[in-house]
Design a protein around this ligand. Structure first.
Ligand SMILES: C[S@@+](CC[C@H](N)C(=O)[O-])C[C@H]1O[C@@H](n2cnc3c(N)ncnc32)[C@H](O)[C@@H]1O
Length: 274
């Protein structure tokens, strides 16, 4: 049979509820230490109630799912890890694949009629899921294997950061205020990313903003300058526009209250300006 004729039609067996409205709310891979609870709602009928029988007792399952929010694919992609270097998509876990299938091993917390309760996930809200398989350590785990370019990147990460990162007057005051008043502190993560490489990078959410550069970190942004090997973050900004923050139809926005209070205190430090 000609390759062009080979096509597979598949239907979702369920949809995940993670509350992660935007792609950047979801981690690149699930973080096991997070105490997250997510729900996989199985489609009604279609034998799904029987199909999940006997899953109880497995503590982890594989989800095979669809990157349904991605319009196309790219043979070379820019992974978030390591230097700004494009890699063949099949050597990465990038969402931009020719067949946009995602694969995640998730903790199975409970089996209920018509739904599965799951631990931390890297899927956005409403992602269609096509298949579930039990995770079987004897078949699925080979921790000693080598991981190509990722080994090189990990070795480079052991080196000290290439750039020093400092906080300018306003950013310092804003960072302190967010940490003290709201317990929000993304500065260590921002400093880690900028210290490795502050050059523009789509997946690391670094871009140009006029004379300066901008980095996105969770719901927040930092504006910075680079002089030699010193990165100075001058200003922090709330990453969501006010119309989103004040919109009750968007129930899940990270750091919403902190962002609104921040914009009262620094009205000009938002994505729309004052
Ligand atoms: C790096 S991929 C890895 C996914 C999976 N663990 C894998 O290895 O196939 C995870 C990212 O996919 C994105 N993502 C999650 N659900 C998506 C969806 N339904 N459509 C498009 N992108 C999605 C999120 O930005 C998340 O950070």
């Amino acid at each position: 049979m000609d390759n062009e004729e080979l096509e597979l039609r598949i239907r979702p067996i369920g949809y995940i509820r993670t509350g992660k409205a935007e792609k950047f709310h979801a981690r690149h891979q699930p973080l096991e230490t997070e105490s997250e609870e997510n729900v996989l709602e199985l489609v009604e009928g279609a034998g799904m109630r029987e199909a999940i029988q006997d899953l109880g007792g497995f503590t982890r399952i594989w989800l095979v799912w669809w990157f349904h929010r991605n319009p196309g694919w790219r043979p070379l992609v820019l992974p978030p890890r390591g230097p700004a270097k494009r890699r063949g998509v099949f050597a990465t876990r990038s969402p931009h694949r020719p067949n946009a299938l995602g694969l995640t091993a998730v903790r199975l917390l409970g089996v209920k009629p018509g739904k599965l309760l799951l631990g931390p996930c890297d899927l956005v809200e409403g992602t269609p899921v096509f298949d579930i398989k039990p995770y079987i350590p004897a078949y699925d785990s080979f921790p000693e294997e080598r991981v190509g370019w990722m080994d090189e990147v990990d070795a480079a990460m052991q080196q000290p950061p290439a750039y020093g990162v400092q906080w300018g007057g306003l950013a310092e005051e804003q960072g302190r205020w967010l940490a003290e008043e709201w317990g929000v502190d993304f500065r260590p993560r921002m400093a880690e990313l900028l210290g490795r490489d502050p050059s523009p990078h789509r997946t690391r959410r670094i871009g140009r903003r006029g004379e300066r550069f901008e980095i996105g970190c969770g719901a927040w942004r930092g504006l910075f300058r680079v002089e030699g090997a010193i990165v100075t973050v001058d200003e922090l900004q709330a990453g969501y526009p006010r119309r989103f923050l004040n919109d009750p139809a968007r129930p899940v926005l990270p750091d919403r209250e902190a962002q609104l209070a921040f914009l009262v205190r620094w009205p000009e430090c938002g994505v729309e300006g004052a």
